[in-house]
Design a protein around this ligand. Structure first.
Ligand SMILES: N[C@@H](CCC[C@H](N)C(=O)O)C(=O)O
Length: 331
């Protein structure tokens, strides 16, 4: 919403994946990629991995069909200004924000499921008694189907900072695209240079988020391991944002890939330890090895509220990072 002083925003994060949230119920503020990139810039803007426009589903062409089940739509932009279909950390922070702002009734915080529209369709969220949120992430699938499940990979990934030998990767669709790569150990995970994007072959048509994982099942590094819970450590290079401290859809992809690689009898619940904390992934139902549905649980923290200075906003030139973007990944 715009006041005489400028446009209001909030800042929040989920496991240190951070977002600027901008209320725009009527859908009359549609920032171009350069404006989003300027707001998300770490040194000259507010700084964030992504921007979430809080818009009523009915106010947006992409949300109109979901308006009956989801009053609010998460219009998600990466920090380079490109659109994404879905954000697993962002949707929890968005839910907390909608609740705090009174955009949804207080009962939305009492443990019941309610809907949020996204470009990846309707998602349901629920506030846990401890204040974390669970998002029903809906369907996932292996991009390469049953053949990729049998082969356990469908891509080769060059990871900067390692030995130059491409590693096998597995492509998953969580509404947005992911490629998961297993590394040999935490030393290798630490050595990866994610200031540069991993190179995925064949190149996914709309780009991809790349998760580097080290499965830890059976190894009690955190001192709290449980026999019925799988554990994986992850770093991520996000499409449109670079390395981030966490990625919720990526955590789901990492858990699903690792569960497939672990084979028969692997747990349904996974702890995914990211630089920003821990996410819990619950595989709800799998029809075969190549598709199913999944839930994600984690924290949602609102940090600050502010107002964009109108003079600053008016003065923003297009930053070089925004040049040549293809804003809508049509799938
Ligand atoms: N950090 C998010 C994912 C954000 C979108 C992603 N970079 C993409 O382009 O698909 C998450 O928590 O899922």
């Amino acid at each position: 919403m715009t006041t005489a002083a400028g446009r209001a925003f909030a800042k929040g994060h989920g496991t240190a994946n951070d977002f600027v949230l901008v209320p725009d119920p009527a859908g009359d503020w549609d920032p171009d990629p350069a404006r989003v990139a300027a707001i998300c810039a770490r040194r000259t803007g507010i700084g964030a991995d992504g921007l979430i426009r809080a818009v009523r589903s009915a106010s947006l062409e992409a949300g109109a069909a979901l308006a009956g089940e989801a009053e609010w739509f998460m219009d998600y932009r990466n920090s380079d200004g490109s659109l994404s279909e879905m954000c697993g950390n962002g949707i929890r922070v968005y839910a907390e924000y909608l609740l705090r702002e009174g955009f949804v009734p207080p009962e939305a915080g009492d443990g019941r499921w309610w809907g949020i529209g996204t470009r990846a369709g309707l998602k349901r969220v629920r506030r846990e008694p401890d204040g974390r949120w669970t998002a029903h992430m809906g369907p996932w699938r292996l991009v390469g189907g049953a053949a990729a499940a049998r082969a356990a990979s469908d891509a080769l990934v060059g990871v900067p900072g390692l030995d130059g030998v491409p590693r096998p990767g597995l492509s998953l669709d969580l509404g947005n695209p992911h490629t998961v790569v297993a590394l040999a150990g935490t030393d290798e995970l630490a050595a990866a240079d994610l200031t540069r994007a991993p190179v995925v072959e064949p190149a996914p048509p709309h780009g991809t988020n790349v998760e580097l994982v080290v499965p830890l099942s059976g190894v009690d590094v955190t001192g709290d391991s449980r026999a019925d819970v799988g554990e994986v450590v992850m770093r991520v290079h996000e499409r449109g944002s670079g390395e981030t401290q966490s990625c919720g859809t990526g955590a789901c992809a990492a858990a699903l890939a690792t569960r497939l690689w672990a084979g028969e009898g692997a747990p349904d619940v996974w702890w995914v330890d990211v630089p920003g904390g821990r996410l819990v992934v619950t595989v709800e139902a799998a029809s075969g090895a190549a598709e199913g549905t999944v839930l994600l649980t984690g924290p949602a923290v609102l940090v600050a509220d502010g107002v964009l200075d109108p003079a600053w906003a008016a003065a923003q030139p297009a930053p070089p990072a925004a040049a040549g973007l293809s804003p809508v990944p049509s799938r």
